[in-house]
Design a protein around this ligand. Structure first.
Ligand SMILES: [Zn+2]
Ligand SMILES: [Zn+2]
Length: 179
């Protein structure tokens, strides 16, 4: 098992290496990053957002075309929404091993605060690991400090630690070994 991260050319530059290393160390598996090859789809002019489901369709089509079995996480800079939600930080489709996250709401600047690369690296790492966690079979966790806790706000995302709780990490190691 190997995780591929596709980094959209307009996502924050220079952060992909630290983010990739951290996700790899939290999950304990190889993760590589490259520029994005998936066709960007699902942009809705009126909302200035991308429909995350449509973008997942595009990743799914890409994986099918190139016969890629391993999970792909796409990192984009545009804001994402899905049907019924005004926005989502990210979305995963476990059945096809495809996930997407947006950096749009992860920067301090979005909330009128002073920008900080370390904050941004932390948040992309947490959100990215969370969605990959879904691809590896993990559900949401009630532990507010666990990566698999579902944050509704930036504060809730910041409250999480960059670790899986004991239960989630035991599930993951059991699940991966049996593969
Ligand atoms: Zn989730
Ligand atoms: Zn947990």
């Amino acid at each position: 098992m190997h995780i591929h991260i596709f980094w959209d050319s307009l996502s924050p530059p220079g952060l992909q290496i630290p983010v990739t290393r951290q996700i790899s160390s939290i999950l304990g598996m190889p993760v590589t990053v490259s520029e994005n090859h998936v066709r960007m789809m699902g942009y809705v002019d009126g909302r200035k957002q991308i429909d995350a489901q449509v973008l997942l369709d595009s990743i799914q089509a890409y994986k099918h075309r190139h016969a890629i079995k391993d999970p792909i996480l796409l990192v984009v800079h545009q804001d994402l929404f899905k049907n019924g939600n005004s926005f989502v930080f990210g979305l995963a489709r476990q059945s096809v091993g495809a996930a997407v996250i947006s950096t749009a709401r992860l920067s301090n600047e979005y909330y009128g605060r002073v920008g900080n690369d370390d904050d941004l690296i932390d948040r992309i790492t947490k959100e990215g690991t969370h969605e990959v966690g879904h691809l590896l079979g993990l559900d949401h966790c009630h532990d507010q400090e666990c990566i698999m806790f579902k944050p509704d706000t930036l504060d809730e995302l910041d409250r999480k630690k960059k670790v899986l709780c004991k239960m989630c990490s035991e599930y993951l190691s059991g699940h991966l070994k049996s593969d």
